[in-house]
Design a protein around this ligand. Structure first.
Ligand code: SF4
Ligand code: SF4
Length: 384
């Protein structure tokens, strides 16, 4: 009984923090409007104003997003322009930026400073999987985050997750203080045996955790659907292509927010048009999703989400996600543009055939892609 009441209080507290935003659309700051190499701050401010004026207020960033420019862009577009209590900010403790417990405090302080805030509403152990969890435990990173919560510098501690349901169960059993879990969930991967979206979501329910959903459109794949799937959607659904995917994610219970990486104003306007007065999916729409998923799976696209986690560590500087996108485009459209794209991406960077098969990229890929094999396929299609 005591445990039940404690769990209820924890959930109530986090929902109380969240109460101010109520709406289910989070502003993911992983992909931002850009002008060349720099964030287009004027466009971002315009988007932020529109987002906030429509009653939304959840922002999600990380120290490494947009080559370290995301937190700073948040500061310019939000922190310096809106009262602190008017928005909620989620930031993350990311593995590439620390190697020991002693690194955590300076990193945390630099994040607060970069984002222009003196506390985070949500602080996540970033991209947790079995291997990263060992590192985070060894560095006492979870304990560090809980201590920041005690200091009032963090309101709620959670994690973002990229591994199997069993690994999540292990993490949540080890650290029951975790309040929420950020999971990748989209309709084509829902029952996928590798991604395990549904199983992972079910573990969150089993442990009574609230959920943040990321990658609802699978890094853009569920917007740029294969033609046959697109036809099916257009004939049977009135909303935009993205809206079906985002509404699918948001229809799950105990979801705090669904993150959408909105990189231009049009995407934002579209997202807000159907999320402002959110309607969960109905039975006919679920049936449509099943049909689209079947068609999608038969198109054999490589399910890379474009997160770019694999790029920095590649010793041959291969632009892995761009080459995969080129392969997918060739698969769907079979046009000569793909060959031009391939040339563009390999002029100053490695070709697919330059891969030395070190496997570094596969260790970090949250989609568990067999990148080395995929690059062999790409090489056969594009390297002459
Ligand atoms: S396996 Fe190939 S693509 Fe992956 S990191 Fe190594 S060289 Fe780069
Ligand atoms: S290959 Fe994997 S790690 Fe690299 S961008 Fe795609 S999904 Fe992300």
């Amino acid at each position: 009984m005591v445990i039940f009441i404690t769990k209820f209080i924890i959930r109530y507290k986090i929902m109380e923090t969240y109460f101010n935003c109520k709406k289910l659309l989070g502003f993911g700051l992983m992909r931002l409007p850009m002008k060349g190499e720099e964030v287009d701050l004027e466009e971002l401010k315009k988007m932020v104003d529109y987002y906030m004026s429509n009653g939304f207020n959840y922002f999600d960033t990380a120290h490494g997003y947009v080559n370290g420019k995301s937190e700073k862009a948040f500061k310019e577009a939000v922190a310096l322009r809106y009262p602190r209590e008017s928005y909620l900010l989620a930031d993350k403790l990311s593995s590439p930026f620390f190697n020991s417990n002693a690194d955590l405090e300076p990193l945390f302080q630099s994040q607060l400073e970069a984002a222009g805030v003196d506390y985070f509403d949500f602080y996540l152990m970033h991209a947790q999987n079995a291997r990263e969890f060992i590192k985070y435990k060894n560095c006492q990173a979870y304990e560090f985050a809980f201590s920041k919560k005690k200091e009032g510098k963090v309101k709620h501690v959670g994690l973002s997750f990229h591994d199997s349901a069993d690994v999540l169960r292990d993490i949540l059993s080890t650290y029951p203080e975790i309040e929420f879990v950020q999971v990748q969930l989209n309709y084509v991967d829902y029952n996928d045996p590798t991604i395990q979206s549904k199983k992972i979501y079910d573990v969150c329910q089993e442990f009574n955790k609230l959920v943040v959903i990321m990658e609802p459109v699978k890094g853009g794949h569920l917007v740029n659907l294969p033609q046959e799937a697109l036809n099916l959607l257009k004939e049977n659904y009135n909303g935009s292509v993205a809206s079906l995917a985002i509404r699918f994610a948001a229809s799950h219970k105990n979801v705090i927010t669904v993150l959408s990486g909105m990189s231009n104003f049009e995407q934002m306007k579209d997202n807000i048009s159907y999320m402002k007065d959110f309607e969960p999916l109905n039975e006919k729409e679920y049936e449509l999703i099943n049909k689209i998923t079947k068609v999608y799976k038969m198109s054999h696209l490589v399910p890379c989400t474009g997160c770019r986690y694999c790029v920095d560590g590649c010793p041959k500087k291969i632009l892995i996600p761009d080459l995969i996108a080129t392969l997918n485009a060739k698969q769907v459209y079979d046009d000569w543009n793909s060959n031009i794209s391939y040339q563009k991406y390999t002029t100053n960077n490695g070709k697919a055939s330059d891969c030395i098969k070190c496997g570094k990229c596969e260790k970090i890929c949250p989609q568990h892609l067999e990148i080395r094999n995929i690059l062999e396929t790409i090489s056969k299609k594009f390297d002459n």
